[in-house]
Design a protein around this ligand. Structure first.
Ligand code: LLP
Length: 421
């Protein structure tokens, strides 16, 4: 899962750069990303779509830092956005608006206007009410908005309930049974131009079967919609492919897509333009969060390893009981400091019992040691907050010989700037 993160001698490196040296230079907590890992992850999708008409739209919510967006923009990627803020970011990073698609259940009129003005490729519309509003906004602007309607295929992605999105009980998309009627209505609205169909069934999916099920369900609808005389130019299968957090074994993107494309071909849709919206699988294992051990604290039930990163930096354990591997940056036993590992709960300084990064981890550490929280490239910095008035961490992008500070540590002045007493 982490080919660009390796231990050399006793020290952890990312693309050959020492994490300890980067932490000494920039402080902790510090996110460090490998640009090559991102490009390799993207290449797996590109291989999967070789010879096809396909657009890979990086779901930038996974990591929306400008320096990361730039990597994908330079590689010719499209982007999946979910807010006007994300649109502004992606344009600032040099993305081509004609490769931007706009997802999300709650687009505002202002965001719709902003996206129309930018000339994005397509709106992924999630409800009948949104269709009406988008139609009205487009007419006011003298435009026709290109739309794709997000279908809820009602398949179980077999992932955490908070990140499964394609089940009946979820707030996302239009129910399978309503889809044809909604398409017919969309096709009748003068401010809209029906372009495609889309679905997204969840995140951190580690099996191919939910994708295959969703594909069949979507293709059934494509047939019904086209039989009703509405042409669909692209098929968007969303994102969701998982990564290796804890010996997880998701299919590789190219293998998964070869399999899905075979089904698509078998059903006669192989010539359609394909769109995908991967987020986590393009960045998740590209990054680590380096954190310093502040204190070790033996307890009656548990031993605590208190580090300087917290739930505001790494929200996934608190929110989803997510597992991230935690490893020493310089292994203690190798430098001869501590003989035996102790079982710790690794926790942050935030005043909540939910502020934990890892539970029951065997670590040989002392105050002042550095730990690396792995698989921290996706949904960490982009979900970071200022809770407890903690400034957000700094970020470094490593590309071979170069290590670039792509985000400086947030200062207290940054935090206070928009407030007044
Ligand atoms: N497309 C849509 C419409 C989405 O809602 C999402 C993610 C994606 C694409 C990208 O999915 P990915 O390839 O990253 O799985 N914060 C959670 C994950 C939330 C995913 C939200 N939607 C976590 O940390 O696990």
């Amino acid at each position: 899962g982490h080919p660009h993160i390796a231990r050399h001698g006793d020290a952890l490196q990312i693309e050959g750069q020492s994490l300890a040296a980067l932490a000494a230079e920039h402080g902790t907590p510090l996110f460090v990303y490998s640009r090559q890992w991102m490009l390799d992850a993207l290449a797996a999708y590109q291989r999967g779509f070789e010879g096809r008409n396909a657009l890979i739209c990086y779901a930038m919510k996974a990591n929306s830092s400008l320096g990361v967006l730039r990597v994908f923009a330079e590689a010719g990627c499209g982007f999946d956005i979910v807010s006007g803020g994300e649109l502004a970011r992606v344009l600032a990073a040099g993305a081509d608006p004609a490769k931007v698609i706009f997802s999300g259940v709650g687009k505002t009129r202002a965001e719709m206007r902003q996206a129309l003005a930018a000339g994005i490729a397509c709106f992924n519309v999630e409800s009948e009410a949104e269709l009406e509003v988008l139609n009205a906004v487009a007419l006011e602007e003298g435009q026709r908005a290109a739309v794709s309607i997000r279908i809820n295929p009602n398949v179980d992605p077999k992932t955490h309930p908070y990140i499964s999105t394609g089940l009946k009980g979820n707030k996302f998309g239009v129910a399978h049974d309503r889809a044809l009627a909604v398409y017919q209505h969309a096709a009748s609205l003068p401010g809209l131009r029906v372009l495609g169909i889309d679905c997204h069934i969840g995140s951190q999916i580690t099996e191919a079967s939910p994708y295959l099920d969703a594909l069949e369900r979507v293709l059934d609808l494509v047939e019904a919609i086209e039989n009703a005389g509405i042409a669909l130019h692209h098929l968007d299968f969303g994102g969701g492919l998982g990564i290796d957090y804890n010996h997880d074994t998701p299919p590789a993107a190219d293998v998964l897509w070869k399999q899905l494309l075979a089904r698509l071909d078998a059903r006669g849709f192989g010539d359609r333009k394909l769109v995908v919206e991967p987020g986590r699988s393009l960045v998740g294992n590209a990054g680590v969060c380096v954190t310093e051990v502040l204190y070790t604290k033996p307890g009656e039930d548990k031993n605590f390893c208190i580090v300087d990163a917290a739930m505001n930096d790494l929200p996934r354990p608190a929110m989803y009981q997510a597992f991230h591997q935690i490893v020493p940056v310089v292994a203690r036993n190798e430098v001869g400091g501590v003989a035996d590992a102790t079982i710790y709960d690794v926790v942050g300084p935030v005043c909540e019992s939910g502020d934990w990064i890892g539970r029951d981890r065997a670590l040989a550490v002392r105050a002042g040691d550095l730990l690396a929280v792995l698989s921290a490239g996706a949904y960490c910095m982009s979900m970071a907050s200022n809770y407890n008035t903690r400034g957000r961490a700094a970020e470094v992008l490593v590309s071979g010989e170069r290590a670039t500070l792509i985000r400086r540590r947030e200062s207290i002045e940054d935090q206070l700037r928009s407030e007044q007493a």
